[in-house]
Design a protein. Structure first.
Length: 351
């Protein structure tokens, strides 16, 4: 590892391979190839060979693979970004780290708690390697500002965190295709909101109640899921949270968060608008909204990969850890269980 660090530091640029070229995988690939100066995208991996070759040509990436382990064997790669289907994450984390690669991965950590524990073991076996998970809201400028104000005590003690996460109905076709292996609303969508509660408050969720239903897309019933769900949550320090996750927002991609404290409140993205433009026309006065999650979190995605690179180059571990991934997954699964049986449940952190 010392040799790897010496080579990386001497070059002052990380050589990265990335697996997965869906919407988010392409976003990361583009950012690494074009917008992040600390890294060089040297390899791409995906099972869709034609798409893989087209993206590699577009982004001028020299190496392509349809086999993940073969990519990890490449000695000229320093780090791997994992943006593949969730069920593959723990095994791909293990493979990459066993080949001496630093790893950045997108949530969730695993499709089961057992899988999350497998990922934890892989990280623990390689303490000299950097591992970072992609809770991108922690790297969004507005959320970073809110966190700093909370830490300075500007709003006093947190009483309630309220969070909305809605996907646009315009993307429902792709969302439905993804649904069978997404892990469900609580794991796929709510983990970001759950992570924010833990991050803002520093407390651990203790009781959860998950509710919801199929209000427009009955298909979700076959996966024991809902197209719109909510969570009531209380932490061990009495901090409360309410979360809503929906798949059919008519107006666009909508993520809104409010943190209510004893001395004030902070609200992020009350109107999901990409800029300050107001339109005056025959419909009245209005603002246009983000139409997909990639546009909303574009800068946060850049920031998190930049932080990953800097952690490797500076030889320091990131604030967000593999254990944050397991914790949010455990909470999300408990919410899903609550939704399924219709009862408020406690979370047992001892087992």
């Amino acid at each position: 590892m010392n040799d790897i660090y010496k080579e990386v530091i001497s070059m002052n640029k990380l050589r990265i391979g990335s697996v997965g070229l869906g919407r988010l995988g392409y976003e990361h690939a583009f950012n690494m190839a074009k917008l992040i100066p600390d890294c060089e995208l040297v390899a791409l991996c995906d099972i869709a060979e034609d798409h893989l070759k087209a993206v590699a040509k577009e982004l001028d990436v020299p190496n392509v693979y349809t086999d993940f382990e073969e990519m990890c064997k490449n000695p000229d790669i320093d780090a791997i970004t994992i943006v593949s289907p969730s069920a593959l994450h723990p095994e791909q984390i293990r493979i990459a780290m066993d080949y001496g690669k630093h790893v950045f991965y997108e949530k969730p950590l695993g499709s089961t708690i057992e899988a999350c524990k497998t990922a934890e073991s892989a990280v623990e076996e390689h303490p000299d390697l950097i591992f970072m998970l992609g809770f991108m809201r922690r790297f969004d400028p507005s959320y970073l500002d809110a966190k700093a104000r909370i830490d300075r005590g500007e709003i006093g003690r947190i009483i309630l965190v309220r969070s909305y996460t809605q996907d646009p109905i315009s993307t429902i076709e792709g969302t439905l295709k993804f649904a069978p292996h997404s892990g469900g609303q609580f794991l796929d969508m709510c983990v970001h909101d759950i992570d924010l509660v833990r991050w803002f408050s520093g407390a651990q969720p203790e009781r959860v109640w998950g509710i919801g239903g199929c209000f427009e897309f009955e298909e979700y019933r076959q996966w024991n899921d809902g197209d719109n769900v909510s969570i009531m949550l209380q932490c061990d320090d009495e901090t409360m949270a309410f979360m809503f996750a929906g798949r059919a927002a008519a107006h666009g991609s909508n993520v809104e968060t409010e943190i209510i404290g004893t001395r004030g409140a902070l609200r992020i993205a009350a109107v999901p608008s990409p800029n300050l433009l107001e339109i005056f026309d025959e419909y009245g006065v209005r603002k246009e909204c983000y139409q997909d999650f990639v546009s909303r979190w574009h800068q946060a995605y850049i920031n998190e990969i930049e932080e990953f690179c800097r952690c490797i180059l500076d030889k320091r571990h990131p604030e967000v850890t593999v254990y944050d991934g397991t914790a949010t997954s455990r909470i999300a699964y408990r919410c899903k269980e609550s939704f399924e049986i219709g009862e408020m449940l406690k979370i047992d952190w001892k087992n």
